[in-house]
Design a protein around this ligand. Structure first.
Ligand SMILES: NC(=O)C1=CN([C@@H]2O[C@H](COP(=O)(O)OP(=O)(O)OC[C@H]3O[C@@H](n4cnc5c(N)ncnc54)[C@H](O)[C@@H]3O)[C@@H](O)[C@H]2O)C=CC1
Ligand SMILES: O=C(CO)COP(=O)(O)O
Length: 378
């Protein structure tokens, strides 16, 4: 599926003009779309619209001419063929309540760019969208991957995955959300793709704590590796495919977020490791660190499904002020003495699953007909 040569540019809307929403708007505009951003604050809308800048969130970045902005939601979505949502996860629902009456009868794709779960319900963002918009889940797509906003805004080559239960929706989004520096792959595992983005934030907070305390590479590598096992066990228990956690939305994003000082989750962790309290960290953070609000609902879901998450448990204890950050380790110090197996509960990490991978690859090739966006699976 490709867009016809010479066809008029697609008109798309991006709701939320923070660092990721604005960067994603640039990705879409550089891919050939006419993009209208919605910013909650009129001054920010005006800076983007007139000055082609978003100096608070993306200092030094010039935005494309085909990107405009407004603080009027109805104006932003008028005529849009796709709507992208990049609002902090805890505020998404209230914004959708305003959006819903404006989209009655519409069937256009709604794309989540967010990486959190709702604290009070434990729902993923695509579930909140489905609930509040009362829409067919086939209309919903999710974008995820190792996507630190500022690096992409600087046009550094990057890959991401677009996930939807509907292959046509995923392909339609992937075809617009790509350009010379941003390549999108597709998959149909929405649960795994969303939880990959949520869970890597929690491991990035742990890595930040390690950095703040002053521990070195062995501790970090141990926590990243065991963190991937926790991510996989948790996500699979919620219905994800383990392979997704080995892809861009899992391992890929885990690497990027854990090693980059640009990551807000990593930064929040570093402050905790240096001895700042949770309240101090929240007041110092100028931008959204989704991991801080996702810890509690993730642990609740983990306990309900019998999944052990020792690293995430420790992050929670440090956040609560009940554990000294220096005690952080890839295991709970209260673990029993019985040696544990290294593999994920599902036997996929670094080993099994070769047969499944081959079947999946064959299915993906069939689905994609050899052309168009490809799967991100190994
Ligand atoms: N920044 C990044 O590198 C990436 C961020 N994400 C995800 O994108 C989502 C958005 O994050 P960022 O843009 O980075 O956050 P940000 O902190 O840079 O910007 C958030 C934006 O939302 C606005 N906002 C805050 N409260 C609001 C409300 N109640 N209603 C409407 N708008 C509100 C803020 O004014 C700001 O414009 C998060 O879920 C994050 O995990 C995903 C990939 C990369
Ligand atoms: O999701 C991200 C990179 O893929 C951004 O991570 P932070 O939210 O920690 O900055």
């Amino acid at each position: 599926m490709t867009r016809r040569a010479g066809a008029r540019p697609a008109r798309v809307a991006v709701l939320g003009a923070g660092s990721w929403g604005t960067t994603f708007g640039k990705i879409l505009a550089d891919g050939g779309s006419d993009v209208v951003m919605w910013a909650r604050r009129a001054e920010l809308a005006s800076e983007i619209h007139t000055g082609k800048r978003n100096s608070k969130y993306l200092p030094g970045i010039n935005l494309p001419r085909s990107m405009s902005a407004t603080a009027q939601l109805e104006e932003a979505i008028d005529g849009a063929e796709q709507i992208y949502l990049s609002i902090p996860s805890q505020s998404l629902r209230e914004n959708l309540k305003v959006l819903r009456p404006m989209l009655v009868g519409s069937e256009i794709p709604l794309v989540s760019l967010m990486k959190g779960v709702e604290k009070r319900s434990g729902l993923r963002m695509s579930q909140v969208i489905e609930q509040e918009m009362a829409c067919d889940p086939a209309r919903i797509a999710v974008a995820s991957g190792p996507n630190l906003a500022l690096e992409i805004a600087q046009e550094q080559p990057t890959a991401a995955v677009i996930s939807s239960i509907d292959a046509d929706t995923a392909a339609a989004v992937a075809l617009l959300a790509r350009n010379r520096y941003f390549r999108t792959f597709v998959n149909s595992d929405v649960i795994g793709t969303e939880f990959g983005g949520v869970l890597k934030n929690l491991i990035a907070v742990a890595i930040g704590i390690v950095d703040g305390v002053g521990y070195g590479e062995n501790t970090k590598a141990s926590i990243i590796t065991r963190g991937l096992v926790e991510m996989t066990d948790f996500a699979v228990a919620q219905g994800a495919q383990s392979e997704t956690l080995q892809g861009l939305a899992g391992l890929g994003d885990l690497i990027a977020t854990c090693q980059s000082p640009l990551s807000r989750n990593n930064t929040a962790g570093r402050l905790l490791g240096q001895g700042y309290s949770f309240q101090d960290v929240v007041s110092q953070m100028q931008q959204t660190a989704e991991g801080l609000a996702s810890v509690a609902p993730v642990l609740q879901l983990a306990r309900a499904s019998g999944v052990e998450m020792p690293i995430v448990e420790q992050v929670k204890r440090v956040l609560d002020g009940t554990m000294n950050p220096r005690e952080i380790a890839p295991h709970l110090t209260t673990d029993d003495d019985t040696p544990k197996g290294e593999r994920t509960q599902y036997g996929q990490a670094g080993g099994g699953g070769a047969l499944w991978r081959s079947i999946q690859r064959a299915l993906d090739q069939l689905r994609n007909g050899g052309g168009g966006p490809r799967s991100d699976r190994p």
